[in-house]
Design a protein around this ligand. Structure first.
Ligand code: F6P
Length: 346
């Protein structure tokens, strides 16, 4: 069986570990893989890269993706899905393995449902916002990077008696913020799911000052709105232009929050926006293991012909779920994680 493998959406530590494991697993089942360059764009353009035992060797610890990626949505292009089906047939591709988040897997689901493409999915995103799986690979690495940053900011915050605002990624969910906030001991965490007002955050900073703690670490998720006691709220965007999947570019809420906290508390405040650092570089051991388990599972699903499904982590088991259920709704942070983080606020 000839299987095309592609990586779509934002890159993520662990993508290469999935490619390596899936190629090995597929080979063990008597099949072989061809790489598709730059996500769905590569299937539109018939842009392939041979994947051999040799090309997937040594890539386990590498960040990024050896196949390249893009945020291409074939459904926004005239005749896009039909072109993909034509190219798949012309290349003699029997099945497609799509590694991605809700956008890439949403395309996979529609190509399967509406065009009969034989497809299997693997969940990827540093945001951990994909339903159907407890965790996605890449998330642990992002949380580790953010936690290390918080640790480092603690010492400089304390030396200078400053408030440090750290903005992390996560899109419309606060998974990275809440988990790195717990791991790093943040004094306040702002996430889209459970908003704190700017005044409440300022009070937390001042409460710490009252008990002799003249420094604070405030973690804010890029998708958090700034909310005020009056009920006013403000969304901060890096750009209101949307990508092919309709997403605006987030970023910058940390800077506005920092200015407001300085004004309300009178404390010198600095802002760190972690940005793409959270996505780059080598995956943690946990992400390498999860990515490898997903890759092996995907090869098994392909061999068994379980089309339209996605490998998923449920508890400590690697399971299968319907793609349609995974991309249907966003997975938000449950209250219990925020409650744990908030025990340490102020
Ligand atoms: O979905 C992953 C992610 O890193 C989000 O956390 C972030 O909002 C977005 O991608 C950034 O996208 P880009 O790489 O296009 O700037």
């Amino acid at each position: 069986m000839k299987v095309a493998i592609l990586t779509g959406g934002g890159d993520c530590p662990g993508l290469n570990a999935v490619i390596r494991a899936a190629a090995r697993g597929c080979g063990a089942c008597g099949g072989y893989m061809v790489g598709v360059q730059n996500g769905w764009q590569g299937l539109l353009e018939a842009n392939y890269k041979p994947l051999t035992l040799d090309t997937v060797s040594g890539i386990l610890p590498l960040g990024g993706t050896i196949l390249g990626t893009s945020r291409t949505n074939p459904f926004t292009q005239e005749g896009g899905p039909e072109q993909i089906m034509k190219n798949v047939e012309a290349e003699g591709i029997d099945a497609v393995l799509a590694i991605g988040g809700e956008d890439t897997l949403g395309v996979a689901m529609k190509l399967h449902r509406d065009f009969g493409l034989k497809v299997v999915g693997v969940p990827k995103t540093i945001d951990n916002d994909l339903s159907g799986t407890d965790y996605t690979f890449g998330f642990d690495t992002a949380v580790s990077v953010a936690t290390e940053a918080i640790d480092r900011l603690h010492s400089t915050a304390e030396s200078h008696n400053r408030t440090m605002v750290v903005e992390v990624m996560g899109r419309h969910t606060g998974w990275i913020a809440v988990m790195s906030g717990i791991a790093g001991g943040a004094d306040a965490v702002l996430i889209p799911e459970f908003p704190l007002t700017v005044e409440e955050v300022a009070e937390l900073v001042m409460r710490r000052q009252e008990r002799g703690k003249n420094f604070s670490i405030v973690v804010v998720s890029e998708g958090a709105k700034l909310t005020w006691h009056s009920g006013a709220e403000e969304s901060i965007l890096a750009s209101s232009e949307t990508d092919a999947f309709g997403h605006v570019r987030l970023g910058g809420v940390g800077s506005v929050l920092g200015q407001q906290l300085e004004r309300l508390t009178g404390t010198e405040t600095r802002v760190t926006i972690l940005g793409h650092v959270q996505r780059g570089g080598t995956p943690t051991a946990r992400d390498r293991i999860l990515a490898t388990r997903f890759g092996i599972k995907a090869a098994e699903m392909i061999e068994a012909g379980h089309w339209g499904k996605m490998a998923a982590l449920r508890g400590d088991r690697i399971d299968e779920v319907e793609l349609v259920d995974a991309v249907d709704t966003c997975k938000y942070v449950p209250r219990e994680f925020f409650d744990i983080a908030s025990v340490f606020f102020g």
